[in-house]
Ligand binder design. Structure first.
Ligand code: HEM
Length: 278
């Protein structure tokens, strides 16, 4: 398990009411991949999972091979150009998306258009945040997001339009955050396994940010979606009084449906009380 003690690299909490938003920002090739001091530990955990739980962390459809190969080449090029000091210890695997993902802290997904919509055709996701890859492979964006409250009504059409218009030279990134009762990165099941005893010390809860990138590949036209996780204990995050206040203000606006989806039902009240204390 990788559990850093420093404040997270990204703190996407502004104190505004809870809302569902695309929140896309402009990305450059230089910033596509992020490398930090946790690389060795995270890659080791990924490789263990690839050896011991491959069917949980890898799912591919046969026709995704060309897009997987294009992704592997893009990753190699990016690392050599923008992270030349990183030691690339290759991982032996028959599938290009696995070889690509095994040299990155990011998890990788590929989506391809089948004439009707964008389907997840290949993925190597070692660090899912309480979802199951086998339930998502081969599905379109709306089906993938079926458990997300209000996604179908608020985000489905804008996300679909964004994918249709995404150009290879206009990569984007966005952030997602949640609060979890574990710092474990590999969470391939739903929130049912949530522990309750941590409620005694809410500072031990984990603040988890996902940095996601989206880019269209030139040759195959497939879209690459990467997910990079940053975690920090809530006590570390809340060393900043401003962040603490913002988190409280936002959590106070979370409705029941969102709380249920996030697995925050039993947490929300004690957490807002904890955040209100000095
Ligand atoms: C612009 C693009 C996208 C937007 C705006 C978006 C938005 C979201 C949001 C708001 C959530 C809920 C997260 C939370 O509150 O904790 C979510 C969950 C999720 N997203 Fe996306 N997403 C996008 C692209 C994708 C893509 C390309 C994939 C492909 C694998 C994906 C896979 C997922 C999965 C697996 C979940 C968890 C669903 C579950 O709980 O079963 N998303 N997304």
């Amino acid at each position: 398990m990788v559990s850093p003690a420093n404040p997270p690299r990204y703190v996407p909490i502004d104190g505004k009411p809870w809302r569902l938003a695309m929140g896309l920002r402009t990305l450059t090739e230089e910033k596509w991949i992020e490398v930090d001091g946790l690389r060795e530990a995270e890659l080791e955990q990924k490789r263990d999972l690839l050896r011991t739980a491959r069917s949980t962390v890898v799912a591919t459809l046969p026709h995704s091979l060309a897009a997987q190969e294009e992704l592997e080449a893009l990753v190699a090029k990016n690392l050599s150009e923008f992270h030349p000091r990183v030691i690339i210890d290759g991982f032996n695997d028959p599938e290009p998306i696995v070889r690509a993902s095994a040299v990155l802290q990011e998890d990788c997904c590929i989506l391809e258009h089948d004439g009707n919509g964008w389907l997840l055709t290949a993925a190597c996701v070692c660090f899912p945040s309480r979802w199951t890859l086998t339930e998502k492979i081969g599905r379109d964006l709306t089906a993938i997001h079926a458990p997300v409250p209000s996604y179908a009504t608020l985000l489905s059409a804008p996300v679909e339009g964004f994918f249709d218009r995404l150009k290879p030279d206009q990569p984007k990134w966005r952030l997602n955050w949640t609060i979890l009762d574990t710092s474990e990165l590999h969470l391939p099941t739903g929130s049912a396994h949530r522990r309750k005893e941590l409620l005694d010390d809410l500072g031990d809860l984990t603040f988890r940010v996902e940095r996601q990138t989206l880019r269209r590949m030139e040759n195959t036209g497939a879209v690459v979606f990467t997910i990079r996780n940053y975690t920090t204990p809530l006590s570390t995050l809340c060393r900043s009084q401003e962040v603490k206040d913002h988190l409280l203000a936002t959590l106070q606006t979370v409705n029941h449906e969102v709380a249920a989806y996030k697995g925050w039902e039993i947490l929300l009240r004690p957490l807002t009380e904890w955040l209100s204390r000095e």
